[in-house]
Design a protein around this ligand. Structure first.
Ligand SMILES: Nc1ncnc2c1ncn2[C@@H]1O[C@H](COP(=O)(O)OP(=O)(O)OP(=O)(O)O)[C@@H](O)[C@H]1O
Ligand SMILES: [Mg+2]
Length: 376
């Protein structure tokens, strides 16, 4: 008697996608367009191969495919990307390695582009990106901050950005100035409702525009506040820039789980060094009694970072002060640079600078004088 083993989750997902109709006729299953399908826990990533001209027409199929995958039992997140980099059958879906020759054209004056990312949403990427950027600024570096979250931009709120950016020489957009940082976000360019309906290809072109058509000028570091996930925005950043590295933000309870690892794997696949892990909401700082409550235990994140082979940059507590400052558009490092949290982010910034210098020895991160407080 022969036994057939049940299909693997990935195979099951492929079968579910097979009958979807292609824009030009035929089905996805009968074509060679379905790239790799990866299932990890309750998440599925899949890729559909298209040529660049087809991307727009395939956007509805992409959405349909995500809906089909999300409806599978045991799946709570599905991400389908259109891989448009090759007309011929493409290799399995991994982020295309950033083309090294492109960065000098796009960001001629930027020494390092560093992504602030996570495997999942809401862990504090934007909060970390903003305060880390301000910490780097306190170290005397020229710092830019790009909000790559097209659907849910945070920088306008976090930095209290108002108004529209100016158009500068050469018809390029001038970044906004906030607390000595150069900042740009889709949130200051279009209404929230407009961006909400954009599909993948438009997200990619919006990000490319914020890289190429903004006059970033000379910067030591451009921090990119990444949206959650591993989709189009990530692809656009990886393709449009040569990332010097990535900082992964994680909460303690996620670190040991698949999320942080997924973020790390994504960057390692495209040879982007992990500059470090920031543990956010590590412990609770009680506003009334001042006591620290290690709700998720202590030391786990550092140990886990070591296990993942990534430097541990530091741990930020869960505090109402931090949240209130962010909500008020006055990041904690700007509001109170000498307070406990201000000093903590400054330390994180120092560790990041050291790690960046170590991994990119050819391009030292050189401080430039800053009016007001340069802290070596
Ligand atoms: N250490 C902290 N203490 C208290 N509140 C925090 C802390 N870090 C982040 N928050 C709050 O948690 C919420 C989510 O943070 P944030 O927007 O930075 O996360 P994110 O990872 O960028 O989210 P998304 O994936 O939606 O972009 C915000 O309201 C923020 O103010
Ligand atoms: Mg965010």
């Amino acid at each position: 008697m022969t036994r057939t083993s049940p299909p693997s989750p990935a195979e099951h997902a492929r079968q579910a996608l097979a009958s979807l109709a292609l824009p030009g006729g035929g089905t996805l299953g009968a074509s060679d367009r379905l790239g790799g399908v990866a299932v990890q826990g309750g998440r599925i990533n899949a890729a559909i191969r298209v040529t660049p001209d087809e991307a727009e027409a395939f956007a509805p199929l992409r959405a349909q495919a995500e809906a089909v995958l999300r409806a599978l039992p045991g799946i709570d997140q599905a991400l389908v990307v259109l891989t448009a980099e090759a007309a011929a059958p493409a290799p399995p879906p991994k982020l295309a390695a950033p083309a090294p020759t492109r960065r000098p054209e796009i960001l001629p004056g930027v020494a390092h582009v560093v992504a602030v990312a996570s495997g999942k949403g809401g862990v504090g990427k934007s909060t970390t990106a903003v305060n880390l950027a301000l910490g780097l600024r306190l170290l005397g570096l020229r710092v830019g901050l790009l909000d790559a979250d097209i659907y849910g931009p945070s920088l306008p709120t976090l930095l209290g950005l108002h108004g529209k950016p100016r158009v500068g020489p050469g018809r390029k957009l001038m970044p906004m100035d906030a607390f000595g940082l150069k900042a740009m976000s889709m949130g200051v360019l279009v209404d929230a409702e407009t961006a909400m309906v954009w599909r993948g290809p438009m997200v990619m072109s919006a990000i490319t525009q914020m890289l190429a058509e903004v006059d970033w000028g000379a910067l030591d570091i451009l921090l990119v506040d990444m949206p959650p996930g591993t989709g189009d925005a990530q692809l656009a950043i990886a393709q449009g820039t040569r990332l010097s590295g990535a900082v992964i933000v994680s909460t303690p309870q996620d670190l040991s789980l698949i999320d942080a690892r997924r973020g790390i794997t994504m960057f390692r696949k495209v040879d982007v060094p992990i500059l470090g892990i920031v543990e956010n909401m590590a412990h609770f700082l009680c506003p009334t009694c001042g006591a620290e409550h290690a709700i998720f235990g202590r030391g786990g994140a550092r140990a886990e970072a070591e296990r993942l082979g990534a430097p541990f940059l530091g741990a930020v507590p869960l505090t109402m002060e931090l949240r209130a400052a962010s909500d008020a558009g006055q990041p904690i490092v700007a509001r109170d640079p000498d307070g406990a949290l201000g000093r903590l982010y400054l330390e994180l910034a120092r560790s990041l600078r050291a790690e960046l210098a170590r991994t990119t020895a050819t391009q030292p991160v050189s401080p430039t004088p800053v009016h007001g407080g340069h802290r070596p």
